[in-house]
Design a protein around this ligand. Structure first.
Ligand SMILES: C[S@@+](CC[C@H](N)C(=O)[O-])C[C@H]1O[C@@H](n2cnc3c(N)ncnc32)[C@H](O)[C@@H]1O
Length: 342
């Protein structure tokens, strides 16, 4: 009889981990080497739509396809510089997930959100803000998020429960129709399709390179110099300590992706853990937090919560501030008139 070490099995069956150095760029390089006439052709649009579909087929197998629509000018496709993906790409010095540290349930069939013994119900309860009235999982029976702003702990690869467990939403991918549409004042944006999207619907992942805080800081200085940054500090409330010197460990650089900003957003970025044991490294998941009308733009606030000390753009003239600002064109009644230049 051969002795099988279950730790080797777990490592073998652990989901694939991506490294930032392997971020694909071949299609982008080839497209950018072609003459502008081709880059602006319908064929280029069809190619980009096909690339998006191929990159996301594994993570969102039942998602309606994304179309690229421009009724504003002759920029047929967004710039060929981003890799559309739902994955988290690990930068140098960022530890990879360790499947041996994952907390997994041993439920049979779908988990019971009222269970007192399910390891996943218990872990969710441990991290949920006690002031909320949420019990069980963060999702309702329709797979919609009950409340934004709380960390989500989904059942994972090594849980015993079935694939139709209500605590598996992000891992099944987007279900609603969205499109990439050129706007008049804000470049390209992400819009709802022909159907209303209910509050609490999962849309996609703010994916990118996860970097150490130090590398994020270095890139931030460079990006600010040329007035462009897609850096997102991973500093959710449940990660912060009372320590006044606390600062985030990691930063997400979504240089190659991004939704537009609104001062009155309809989406929210929530921390979500699936096959990740490190609390500092959640997936940044985008959910609607109110009903979204057909063809409405899907936006989040680049400033996080209104009462967040980092939340308000503040004064561009504040001492030590190297942030750069631009006029905000969100057009909502709550518009503050300016936004960080990204
Ligand atoms: C992360 S990108 C979003 C995608 C971008 N629209 C594009 O076409 O690549 C951020 C940039 O979008 C534009 N943008 C986003 N929200 C905006 C807003 N509320 N007002 C004006 N410009 C906005 C700005 O040019 C900003 O630098």
């Amino acid at each position: 009889m051969t002795w099988i070490d279950y730790r080797d099995l777990m490592r073998e069956y652990a989901p694939d981990v991506k490294l930032a150095k392997d971020l694909p760029h071949q299609i982008q390089d080839r497209m950018n080497a072609l003459p502008p006439l081709f880059r602006r052709s319908d064929m280029a649009r069809a190619l980009l739509e096909a690339a998006i579909s191929a990159n996301t087929a594994e993570d969102e197998p039942t998602a309606p396809p994304i179309s690229i629509i421009n009724n504003i000018d002759d920029d047929v496709v967004p710039p060929w510089e981003f890799h559309y993906s739902n994955k988290l790409w690990h930068g140098d010095g960022v530890p990879l997930p360790n499947p041996l540290n994952l907390v997994s349930c041993d439920c049979e069939g779908p988990c019971n959100p009222k269970s007192k013994t399910c390891a996943c119900v218990r872990r969710q309860a441990k991290y949920i803000d006690k002031e909320t009235r949420i019990d069980g999982f963060m999702y309702d029976a329709y797979g919609r998020l009950k409340e934004s702003g709380q960390p989500i702990f989904e059942c994972n690869e090594f849980c015993g429960c079935s694939d139709d467990c209500t605590n598996r939403v992000v891992q099944h991918g987007r279900k609603c129709e969205i499109h990439i549409v050129k706007t008049k004042d804000k470049g390209w944006g992400v819009f709802a399709g022909n159907k209303k999207i209910p509050a609490g619907t999962f849309l996609g992942i703010y994916s990118g390179e996860i970097l150490t805080e130090r590398e994020g800081e270095e890139r931030g200085i460079k990006y600010n110099k040329f007035g462009r940054t897609y850096l997102f500090d991973i500093d959710f409330g449940h990660l912060q300590s009372e320590d006044k010197d606390w600062s985030n460990t990691y930063v997400m650089d979504a240089y190659h992706a991004g939704n537009n900003h609104s001062c009155d957003p309809n989406c929210w970025i929530n921390a979500c853990y699936i096959n990740e044991d490190n609390i500092q490294k959640p997936l940044l998941t985008i959910f609607t937090f109110r009903d979204v009308e057909p063809k409405e733009e899907l936006c989040f606030s680049y400033y996080g919560e209104q009462d967040d000390e980092n939340g308000d753009p503040g004064s561009p003239d504040a001492p030590g501030s190297d942030a750069v600002y631009r006029p905000c064109m969100c057009g909502t009644a709550r518009c503050t008139g300016r936004m960080w230049k990204t």
